[in-house]
Design a binder for this molecule. Structure first.
Ligand SMILES: [Fe+2]
Length: 266
């Protein structure tokens, strides 16, 4: 890590530490942030970007979820549909309230500031707008891939209450995926938030993010980390089937479709 990055990390932490870092939601979000920053830099380098651009990708990763802290404080949940769009909230805190001015931008390319706002505000949107210029799009795609890559770890490795915060009652415990969700699987695209009603549909929806990884390096990283395979598992460690027969069949279809889209086995 360069001195500039150390400096930016310190500024980020001094902001985050205004919040309750003992709260598991906040704790996991800080961990996620550093992972996304690191993955973004790694992807940028793999895509042959220069050192300044790779540092810029890292920096966008560092800032991408800054709205999560205020979201947790105000609403106690990370479910955007039950609270606020956290990317827009982060965008407002950085660019309207001026938090971005605390970051000197040293070691970053000249155009970092003009790209920062769209890249951060768009990181959680279903699609990127056609109008986005090529360079900003590249940074947005890197961040979105890095975010998705780490989300597989978060979903597979952290209990629901610790990563979401809201009560499970908002989702039904069981329930096979609806035809609308399975249509997303068949069409190899992400599932809109409003279609997720059960925990199983949530699982399918998270795995569908694999369809929209933009880069080969992201797919390779996801494969190496193994979290996606865990999310698609049919049995637990004791060999007991996790889902109903119908749900297991839907998971199997999803796995096949991801392998078809990637052109290789998971
Ligand atoms: Fe986010």
């Amino acid at each position: 890590m360069t001195n500039h990055q150390e400096q930016a990390k310190k500024i980020f932490l001094s902001y985050a530490e205004q919040y309750d870092t003992k709260n598991v939601l906040i704790f996991h979000k800080i961990e996620h942030t550093f992972r996304v920053a690191e993955l973004s830099e790694r992807f940028a380098r793999a895509l042959d970007m220069n050192a300044e651009d790779a540092c810029c990708a890292w920096f966008f990763g560092l800032l991408h979820d800054i709205g999560r802290f205020e979201q947790a404080r105000r609403f106690g949940t990370f479910v955007d549909s039950q609270s606020v769009d956290h990317a827009e909230l982060g965008g407002d805190i950085l660019f309207r309230e001026g938090l971005i001015e605390r970051f000197p931008g040293e070691g970053l390319p000249e155009d970092w500031l003009s790209m920062a706002e769209p890249v951060i505000r768009l990181h959680n949107k279903l699609n990127l707008p056609e109008t986005l210029d090529g360079r900003t799009r590249r940074f947005a795609e890197i961040l979105r891939d890095a975010d998705k890559t780490d989300i597989f770890r978060v979903i597979a490795g952290i209990p629901f209450e610790e990563r979401i915060g809201s009560s499970r009652a908002n989702f039904t415990e069981t329930g096979e995926a609806s035809p609308e969700v399975m249509a997303c699987v068949a069409e190899h695209r992400c599932v809109p938030g409003k279609l997720r009603r059960s925990h199983f549909e949530g699982r399918i929806a998270h795995c569908c993010m694999a369809f929209e990884l933009a880069f080969e390096v992201s797919r390779r990283t996801v494969k190496e980390e193994g979290w996606l395979r865990m999310l698609l598992a049919e049995t637990d460690t004791s060999g007991k089937q996790i889902w109903t027969d119908r749900e297991t069949e839907q998971l199997r279809i999803l796995r096949k479709e991801i392998e078809k889209a990637w052109g290789e086995p998971l």
